[in-house]
Design a protein around this ligand. Structure first.
Ligand SMILES: CC(C)(COP(=O)(O)OP(=O)(O)OC[C@H]1O[C@@H](n2cnc3c(N)ncnc32)[C@H](O)[C@@H]1OP(=O)(O)O)[C@@H](O)C(=O)NCCC(=O)NCCS
Length: 167
């Protein structure tokens, strides 16, 4: 299926999905109005991903994972979804899940690079992951209180938990 571009004035808008994701393009309208063109593609395959494509993640972490460790995380997770900026050939967002495929799934990591936030990429990653986990009754993640609103839009509810954090 071919993507059908729709331009968005002074902004970025997800347009039309092809089989791997959404496509957004940058350009100028005849009026001279400026359009941002970005091509964001979604994939659940890590095969073509290199460490050079994984720069800038784990923002604000005391000990951010190296791109090498990040790649291993992606390779060894049960499910992943990646958002890729095809113009720059870099990963700009990702989500991972671990699951027994029967009762429980845990979503350890969701991150969109700062320059790409607020463009619905995080929402798309979570929606695609929840679709992959459909049928699993318990899906958990931990997050700071300020991000609860983001997850609430997917029907997630606050819960209480315990954890170990050795970092
Ligand atoms: C949280 C995060 C993944 C959201 O990604 P994003 O691509 O910016 O999110 P979207 O553009 O899809 O936002 C969808 C909606 O959620 C809201 N939202 C996004 N981030 C939010 C946050 N941190 N707190 C509250 N609401 C948030 C947006 O305002 C938006 O609402 P709108 O559609 O009414 O404008 C991203 O901000 C991020 O990577 N943060 C740093 C890492 C992090 O906190 N990860 C989660 C740890 S569990």
């Amino acid at each position: 299926m071919f993507p059908v571009p729709i331009l968005c004035y002074n902004g970025v808008m997800a347009l039309c999905s092809n089989y791997t994701g959404w496509v957004v393009r940058r350009g100028h309208a005849g009026t001279g109005a400026q359009f941002l063109i970005k091509m964001i593609e979604y994939t659940d395959s890590v095969e073509e991903i290199t460490t050079e494509m994984l720069i800038g993640f784990f923002e604000g972490w005391k000990k951010p994972h190296t791109p090498q460790a990040h790649l291993r995380i992606l390779q060894q997770s049960d499910h992943i979804v990646l958002a890729i900026d095809r113009e720059k050939n870099s990963v700009v967002g990702f989500i991972t899940a671990l699951t027994d495929e029967v009762q429980s799934a845990f979503i350890p990591l969701v991150e969109v690079l700062p320059d790409y936030r607020g463009q619905q990429i995080g929402s798309e990653l979570v929606s695609r992951m929840l679709k992959k986990l459909e049928g699993i009754p318990a899906i958990d993640l931990t997050c700071d209180p300020d991000v609860q609103k983001f997850y609430a839009q997917f029907g997630m509810i606050p819960s209480v938990g315990m954890c170990i954090r050795n970092y």
